[in-house]
Design a protein. Structure first.
Length: 724
């Protein structure tokens, strides 16, 4: 039997619980991608329920369907062009009035819509009682209560959605928003023209099209030109006339009048359906906010949270990291034992495992970091952080809202750069995009953990925290500078929204971490594997090298010399001598390796670039590692893993010991970390900058500027460190 198929879209305000409900419905059966042509995330899941095949789509969160932001355009286009069988509007029941704006715009479209009154628990605890039957009757839309994070009512919601999709019943015209007389006249007037010009397959609701024309909706105007061709001229002209007439009448742009009237309609509905109990429970969120966004306490608490986040990442992450390291060491030595000596063994042990292995051990740290960021986001603290940073952000002429992309940058700069598109002004967007790469992303963390762990053992957490703070500081200075010289403009005025605090849902946190883990592992199998192999090839070849010393002969000599002495020594002395023999041979092997590396292709590249890095205390191996970091910053560590790898040393702390023996000083290590913090954003981030700013000018500026700043800062750190 053929199963029925339905396309169900989830719409709603940001933070209304769309993704929570989406996750609940689709579980692991979801595909994450982008909407065509833009970089807004698109989540789709295919499930089978009640004997139907359902395609569920999580639309971007929006407050409205006016085409002002990319999210709104994407959501509206989907509904207009893809004709979902039913749209579920997820409404934050604790914030009904605000949510109904979007709800009403959906009703004005010709789509089947049902309402999920989500956050029913919050609404109740705040003392709101919503009469859902009345709401459903007034608006002609089925209504279901849900509590997304507990999975309540979701089954029911889906059932109602399917029934509604099948029912073939539209919202009665009489239930739609009625505008005031003059506007309704203008709508009817335009509608007549539309009816006259459009054929039977005209894709949009005609009343709605008339409303959009009165609002001067540029996208709809363009579509009409495409659909109606020549015929659109007269229609658009008529719309323009009506607009000017209304503007004269109301002394206001028609779109503002329409918006006002919609709000009036909504206020009326809210009065009808919501009763507030007199003894309202104390609003927990407001009390928490008294402390967390307090003028004096707020900032120290914020700094404490961030500091705690890095402590957790580093201290707690150290345990699973040690298990990973031990596992990899065990695997590597096991493999070394069974494989015959030769190129293959060399390739696997010193290329693949030394490279990929040295980065993969950081998976737990990175997951913990993302866990903390997701926690900030899901509890609602992120918005408070942005609120707190508002004053500081105004120093650089940006709004606190710009801080959210910056904070997200701690996870990964690429989505953070994309997050900047929620800012209204283009200059603000570009400025935010340019300073975001100074926020230290999780890919840089492995570099810090290796270097800080090696050279600042006990204080590693604090050193790392200071690096992050330095990043923020440089970002702010840069913002100030660019604001003054390149992107001068007005401060944007905008009211910050503070969503209520919520207990985060474990499922959503886990899904978030799992997504990150997948991305990280993909990167391991891709860029980092390829990078490690290339680095290994460059460091292992050419094979026949002109050594300054004949190491083989020297090793033979040493062996012979000690063996003879041992033969004629007392037992105690013999043991000591055998120890010395092992030591000397090891020393010779290492010298040969160092010389080999220096004379390899990679060494030659290193010699070319190392003069640049000499003043900041970084040797040729570090220089090469930094160079390769452009691909992805984790590659810095995998390159070090390959370059400093000591043959035959498969102990888990091999890289750390090798670094300590390499002559690197703490000052140089710090300089290198600062350099990694500040220099070129990785390839993916540069690409994102180009895409978001729409020109090559900004990514090029970013690459040049960040690298110059990085070098100067590292120079200052290293030279300053010489005085201690
Ligand atoms: P989206 O922006 O619409 O995708 O919203 P999310 O699905 O990310 O949800 C935002 C937050 O609200 C998350 O922390 C959820 O755990 C929480 N949440 C979702 N539904 C409910 C609900 O019914 N009640 C409560 N108290 N919290 C919810
Ligand atoms: Mg979401």
């Amino acid at each position: 039997m053929n199963k029925r198929r339905f396309k169900i879209a989830l719409a709603g305000n940001p933070n209304s619980g769309k993704t929570t409900i989406f996750n609940h419905l689709t579980g692991t059966r979801q595909k994450v991608g982008n909407w065509p042509g833009v970089t807004v995330e698109k989540k789709v899941g295919d499930i089978e329920k009640f004997g139907s095949l359902l395609k569920i789509i999580d639309l971007p969160g929006t407050y409205s369907l006016t085409p002002f932001s990319i999210e709104e355009i994407v959501a509206r286009d989907f509904i207009l062009e893809e004709n979902p069988d039913v749209v579920i509007d997820i409404i934050d029941a604790s914030n009904l009035e605000r949510s109904l704006y979007l709800a009403n715009q959906l009703r004005e479209l010709d789509c089947k819509v049902i309402f999920a009154l989500n956050m029913a628990d919050l609404a109740r605890s705040r003392g709101y009682k919503i009469d859902k039957e009345r709401l459903s009757e007034l608006l002609g839309v089925p209504v279901v209560f849900t509590v997304g994070n507990k999975g309540q009512g979701i089954e029911d919601l889906l059932k109602v959605a399917i029934e509604h999709a099948e029912s073939g019943q539209d919202i009665p015209e009489t239930r739609k928003v009625r505008y005031s007389k003059d506007i309704e006249h203008a709508i009817s007037d335009l509608r007549l023209v539309i009816e006259e010009k459009s054929g039977p397959e005209f894709p949009y609701n005609r009343r709605w099209t008339a409303v959009k024309l009165l609002e001067d909706d540029s996208i709809i105007k363009k579509r009409l030109e495409q659909i109606l061709g020549h015929d659109s001229r007269e229609l658009l002209e008529r719309a323009q006339q009506l607009r000017s007439r209304l503007a004269e009448l109301f002394k206001e742009e028609p779109e503002i009048v329409l918006t006002d009237e919609r709000y009036g309609f909504i206020a009326g509905i809210v009065k009808e359906v919501v009763t507030t109990s007199t003894r309202r429970r104390i609003d927990v969120s407001r009390n928490v906010d008294l402390v967390l966004t307090n003028r004096f306490l707020g900032f120290p608490i914020f700094i404490f949270f961030i500091w705690a986040m890095f402590q957790v990442t580093f201290t707690l992450g150290a345990y699973p990291m040690a298990w990973f390291e031990a596992g990899i060491a065990w695997f590597s030595s096991g493999l070394g034992a069974v494989l015959p000596a030769g190129v293959l063994r060399d390739f696997l042990l010193n290329g693949v495992i030394a490279g990929v292995g040295s980065v993969i051990v950081f998976l737990p740290n990175i997951l913990l970091l993302f866990f903390c960021i997701a926690l900030f986001e899901d509890t609602g603290y992120m918005a408070r952080a942005a609120f707190l940073m508002d004053r500081i952000m105004h120093l650089i002429g940006l709004h606190g809202k710009s801080f959210i992309p910056m904070l997200m940058g701690f996870g990964c700069n690429v989505p953070a750069i994309m997050a900047a598109r929620t800012l209204e002004s283009r200059k603000d967007r570009i400025l935010t995009v340019l300073i975001t790469p100074f926020m230290s992303c999780s890919a840089r963390l492995p570099v810090y953990i290796v270097l800080a762990g090696t050279f600042f053992a006990a204080n590693a957490g604090t050193v790392i925290f200071m690096l992050y703070v330095t990043g923020i500081f440089v970002a702010i200075l840069t913002g100030r500078l660019f604001r003054s010289f390149l992107l001068s403009g007005e401060d944007a005025h905008f009211v910050m929204e503070l969503p209520p605090y919520r207990i985060p849902m474990v499922k959503s946190l886990v899904i978030h971490m799992w997504d990150r883990a997948k991305m990280f592992l993909k990167k391991m199998g891709g860029v980092i594997l390829v990078g490690s192999v290339v680095i290994w090839v460059l460091s292992a070849y050419p094979k026949n090298i002109d050594y300054s010393v004949d190491y083989d002969a020297r090793i033979d000599q040493a062996r012979q010399y000690y063996t003879e002495k041992i033969a004629s020594a007392t037992p105690g002395k013999a043991e000591e001598l055998s120890e010395m023999r092992a030591q000397e041979i090891k020393e010779l092997v290492r010298s040969r390796q160092v010389e080999h590396a220096e004379k390899s292709y990679l060494g030659r590249i290193g010699r070319v670039v190392s003069p640049v890095f000499e003043p900041v205390g970084i040797d040729w191996r570090g220089s090469v590692a930094l160079l390769t970091g452009f691909v992805a910053k984790e590659v810095v560590v995998s390159t070090m893993g390959v370059l400093y790898a000591v043959e035959g040393d498969t102990e888990s702390d091999a890289l750390r010991r090798a670094l300590r023996n390499s002559g690197m000083t703490p000052a140089a290590a710090l300089a290198m970390m600062v350099f990694v913090l500040l220099y070129i954003p990785c390839l993916a981030a540069v690409t994102a900058i180009a895409r978001e700013t729409g020109s090559m000018k900004w990514p090029l500026l970013s690459v040049g500027y960040t690298t110059a700043v990085a070098w100067l800062a590292a120079f200052a750190v290293y030279q300053g460190g010489q005085f201690f």
